[in-house]
Ligand binder design. Sequence first.
Ligand SMILES: *Cc1c(COP(=O)(O)O)cnc(C)c1O
Length: 354
Amino acid sequence: MAKLFIPGPIDVSPDTFAAMSRPMIGHRGAEFEALYASTQPVLQELAGTTRPFYLATNSAWGVMEAALQNLCAKKVLNLCCGAFSDKWFSVAKSMGLEADKVQVEWGEAISPEAVKAKLEEGGFDLVTLIHNETSTGVMNDLEGIAKVVKSFPGVLLVVDSVSSFSAVPIEMDALGVDVLLAGVQKALALPPGLTVFSLSEAAVERAKAMPNRGYYFDFVEFVKNGEKNNTPSTPAISLIFGLQHILGVIAAEGVANRYARHKANNAMIHEWGKRHDFKNFAPEGNQSVSLTCFHTPAGWDQSAFIKTLKAKHGFVINGGYGKIKGLTFRISNMGNETPETMQELIDAMNDVLG
Ligand SMILES: *Cc1c(COP(=O)(O)O)cnc(C)c1O
């Protein structure tokens, strides 16, 4: 069996799988309510919020699309800098919403000034931001962008922290983020299928006034059921067992230690890249700490490297995503990885490089 060092889904620990294999419980009862309630404190600590967290049975795109459906009454501004953020714009368009974008080249970060200039054109009531653009390894300036968005009254900010949640500190309340969402198959190191999200009071108020919210992705349903430590429909209970387990692991390690570990893991891969003259695709100052995206050097057989790494050492890295597939490669260092396990990967990669 090969071990994943791709930026999602990532390696899941045997103790997490064991936690997930507990006998099933009904979701309308005290046992489930206790399970749900137990997830709240650490999720809130990771997000820097006192607001409740909701557990949605779907991958991240479910809540990304739901945020548009529940919150865009006028016009959404999508901040586009890579595969996931660009797609959020096309999803908004495909829903028939009024949408505009700030677009930068893949590999660049969104500048707060560009967001300000666009919002000054007027008419917007929602902004979408991908904190950590997993396709390019770019970490956007969440604080700077949030500050700008907050200076425009009536404009809500949705933040996808899918590949940054639990890898770096996020201050949802202090920054005034209105929706914070994360799929669990990235830094939370769970199998895919669950998305955790939190809503500001303003987001809840906006949703209540929106027509045509449907049911499965209705934020107001999540709020109503959340008040009783429950979910609108039958949730992925096994994944929530896993979530409870991993949040316990995070609490035991301490969030500050967890953030420091991600930084240390990431620095090792950056060092390795420098040693072999692999250039970072993301600019200095906006580099992700949960994964690294490297340019593929001209004339270097990236695909042979990746194949041999897997065949000989059982480690899987990623050969680029979307339109930069083949032109870049990506290595994840998030979740349960440690300097020791990163060193195993580095030793294996060095062996393949010869
Ligand atoms: C992986 C990823 C997604 C996609 O999530 P799904 O779980 O496939 O729906 C969205 N945003 C970011 C930043 C991601 O890394």
